[in-house]
Structure formats: C-alpha cells, structure tokens
Design a protein around this ligand. Structure first.
Ligand SMILES: [Fe+2]
Ligand SMILES: [Fe+2]
Length: 213
C-alpha cells in the first residue's frame, strides 16, 4: 500500500486504554460493536444517497456494498452478546450514539465548507465531498480498527477484523487515486481537513472514554 497522503494523528495509548476497557465488560463491548455498526451503516447509506446518479460506477456500488457488509458484521458481533432481543440503533443501545453521529455530520460539513471555499466547479462538489469524507474516515478507521484488532487477537476473541481492514485499505487507495486526479490542490486541502478530523475525533474519543469509566 503506498499512501502519499498524510496520516491522522492518533493518541494510541489513550485509544488502547479505551479499547481495553470497553471489551472488559460484555455490556460495554456490545454497545461499542453496535456503534461501529451504526457508523458503517451511516457511511453506506450516505454513499447511496449522495452518489446515486447516471455516473454511478462499480467503485461506488462496491464501496456502498462493503460498508453495508461491515455494518452487518458489527451488528452480528453485537447481537452475539445478546440473548433476548436484537440490537436496535436506539441511543440506549449505543456508546455515546449522539456523539458518534455528530462526529460524522460535522466532518461532512467541514468537507463541504472547504470545497465551497475552493475554485472547484460546484458540479464536482458532491463527488469530491464523498471522496474527502471517505478518505478522512478511512484514515481514522484504519488506526482504530488496527488497534482494536490487535486487542481482539490478544484476547483470543471469536471474531477478528483482518478482512474488514483489507477492504478499508482498498477504499482508501481508491479515494486517493480519484482525489489526486480531480483536485490539484488535494495535498493542502487534505492537510487542513485532517487537522479538523483530529479535533473532531479527539472529542469523540473523550466522549467514549467518559462512557466507559
Ligand atoms: Fe467500513
Ligand atoms: Fe470503508
């Protein structure tokens, strides 16, 4: 994998201590898995809602399908902690569900704002917005999923994220190629957006930590 784009900043000690804590309690682990399912589902739904048009490509269809599959994967893992009824996406069955939704919405708004300031023709904004938002989320997801996967491996959990991580890496590569060909200023634009994502994720992680203390 050849990432020419910058990485997000991740406080790994903080992230790992949260992840270790969250999996200690089956109830909390359930909430965490269901929240990951929701985030994957929001991603998949958003791709279909915003990128369905005459130009809808194989890449878009594959991407939406894979994110939907990730949502299902985490939902099934969450349900494995449930004996009575299936998990819903109601707030009381999520780990700081509102904060997770806010993270996604604010990230999306930051990307759209950034594109509005640019000289890029408005007809390209929707597709570029999809590419940038996805890139930021994939960069973050890879750090979180790799750390989480390591912990799952160490604790001999019944499921692991190897295939899911490979698919997220594939998405990141595809987004990167498209962005580079469509936006000549992608390096500086992405750098600014990564700073914004760092702030938003740091707030979200603090919320997650508060929920498991
Ligand atoms: Fe995903
Ligand atoms: Fe993805």
């Amino acid at each position: 994998m050849s990432y020419t784009i910058s990485k997000v900043e991740t406080d790994f000690p903080k992230l790992n201590s949260f992840l270790k804590k969250v999996i200690e309690s089956p109830k909390q682990h359930f909430l965490w898995l269901n929240t990951l399912s929701l985030l994957e589902h929001i991603g998949s739904r958003k791709i279909l809602l915003t990128q369905s048009n005459q130009n809808t490509s194989e890449m878009i269809l594959r991407h939406a399908t894979e994110e939907a599959r990730h949502a299902l994967f985490f939902k099934k893992a969450a349900n494995s902690y449930r004996e009575d009824q299936e998990a819903t996406y109601k707030n009381n069955e999520l780990l700081r569900g509102s904060s997770a939704k806010i993270y996604f919405a604010k990230l999306d708004a930051s990307v759209r704002k950034e594109l509005k300031k640019s000289n890029i023709a408005p007809e390209h904004h929707s597709f570029l917005s999809y590419l940038y938002t996805t890139t930021l989320i994939e960069l973050r997801a890879l750090d979180v999923y790799e750390s989480y996967n390591q912990i799952l491996r160490n604790t001999l959990a019944s499921f692991q994220l190897d295939n899911l991580i490979l698919e997220e890496e594939g998405h990141l590569d595809e987004m990167q190629k498209e962005i580079m060909s469509l936006d000549s200023e992608y390096m500086t634009r992405l750098e600014r957006l990564i700073q914004k994502e760092n702030t938003l994720f740091s707030k979200l992680l603090n919320q997650f930590i508060l929920a498991v203390v």
